[in-house]
Write a protein that binds this ligand. Structure first.
Ligand code: GLV
Ligand code: MN
Ligand code: MN
Length: 413
């Protein structure tokens, strides 16, 4: 029988708004790139808050943080609730933050009621989920899951040439624990949907079934810098023009695999980027996603063929590399059932769904039973300073998170 514990919506909201000040932007969003001074501020705040609750904080060698509240049975490993506190450069207030602060609210509620769980309960903040400063995304949960080595993570460089390890050291969050040594028996991640489906169907909760596959690539195109006035059109080696044609083709490839495929070029550097120099070099990134890994492979084959077909006749050379492959993930049926029970108890409308965005849960699912809970976000807008989820929607998510964790815990008794 699930206990009746009710989270405090206003307290959750206040914590979301308070932490949004760390890296807060004029447009109401957050710029809190991983392992920056702002990331340190929010981590320090998090440590203070969980210590007030009597939690023990453990930090591993890639900066993942675990705040653990003891249970009745010390022989049981913890039940984790986690997400991330880093953001995009023009991030919103909810992506990642709701998952950590919703978990904090669930933990505060347990404390208010003096409720003793069977297993320890913990909150996790995964380092560098966004992959915006250090590619790829979900980097430190990937190390935890054994997908990457710590050395691989340490050597990732941002676009200024700063290494992950230097940045981690500089904010003082390189912990002592070997990555993966701190175990938990299950993880629930609460997140905003980051797309329009729940809002469109007027549903409050998404009961996640899995995460679609994702592949990231980096391309450098090389031509020749030359004078824009003196170089006739037929003698140019214009790297930016070649890149523009490739970008158009990437859009077409995604559309050829409608309705589920997506393809984007989100980062481009043009060199020398001077108005009277024909661009001699570009660097750009590609992000392809689809729920079926076989379709992603077809998209990759088409993209590689397009590079050769478009660039070679333009006398451009190129270097291309797939830097990330995160296969499609299916979540754990037992945990999904706990979420369903949690939603039913709370009485919220809901639907099953697959995540279009990447999440730490996708990697954690490889090493522990894992699932996710979604709440709507206005207009489906995310990775945007205008990202918006209401107080009631945030509260609904945190309540379902708490209910699901307690349902899981009650089965251990
Ligand atoms: C992470 O936010 C991603 O889906 O790229
Ligand atoms: Mn996120
Ligand atoms: Mn994100």
């Amino acid at each position: 029988m699930l206990p009746n514990l009710t989270i405090n919506p206003q307290r959750l909201w206040d914590s979301l708004m308070q932490t949004a000040q760390f890296g807060g932007t004029a447009k109401g969003g957050i710029k809190r790139l991983t392992l920056t001074a702002e990331d340190k501020q929010v981590r320090d705040w998090f440590v203070r808050e969980v210590e007030k609750l009597g939690c023990t904080v453990t930090i591993d060698e890639v900066g993942n943080m675990f705040a653990t509240r003891p249970g009745k049975n010390p022989n049981l490993s913890p039940i984790a609730m986690g997400s991330h506190l880093d953001t995009q450069p023009t991030g919103g207030k909810f992506d990642g933050n709701l998952g950590v602060l919703g978990a904090l609210e669930a933990m505060r509620t347990l404390n208010d009621m003096g409720y003793e769980t069977n297993a320890p309960i913990e909150i996790v903040d995964w380092t560098n989920e966004e992959g915006s400063r250090f590619a790829p995304a979900m980097l430190a949960s990937g190390v935890y899951a054994g997908v990457f080595t710590p050395e691989y993570a340490y050597a990732r460089e941002d676009r200024q040439g700063v290494k992950f390890l230097e940045a981690l050291d500089s904010i003082g969050y390189k912990g002592k624990d070997k990555v993966g040594a701190h175990k938990f028996q299950a993880m629930f991640e609460l997140h905003i949907e980051q797309g329009p489906i729940l809002e469109n169907e007027a549903k409050v909760i998404g009961v996640l079934q899995g995460v679609q596959g994702m592949r990231w690539y980096e391309v450098t195109v090389s031509g020749q810098d030359s004078h824009t006035g003196a170089t006739p059109m037929y003698l140019r080696k214009d790297a930016l023009l070649g890149t523009a044609r490739v970008i158009d083709r990437i859009d077409a490839i995604a559309k050829e695999h409608a309705p589920y495929a997506v393809g984007s070029v989100g980062l481009i550097e043009n060199r020398p980027n001077s108005r009277n120099v024909v661009p001699g070099e570009t660097f750009f990134t590609i992000d392809f996603r689809h729920p079926d890994d076989a379709v992603l492979q077809v998209m990759e084959d088409k993209f590689r063929a397009a590079l050769a077909d478009i660039l070679t006749p333009m006398r451009l050379s190129y270097d291309e590399k797939r830097i990330w492959d995160s296969p499609a993930v299916k979540f754990d049926p037992v945990l999904i059932d706990c979420v369903r029970k949690g939603v039913e108890k709370a009485g919220f409308s809901n639907r099953d769904m697959v995540s279009g965005a990447g999440h730490d849960a996708a990697y954690i699912a490889r090493v522990a039973p894992t699932t996710m809970i979604f709440v709507p976000c206005a207009g489906g807008i995310s990775h945007n300073e205008a990202e918006s989820t209401s107080l009631d929607e945030c509260a609904a998510g945190a309540q379902v998170l708490l209910n699901a964790v307690l349902e899981y815990d009650s089965r251990l008794g």
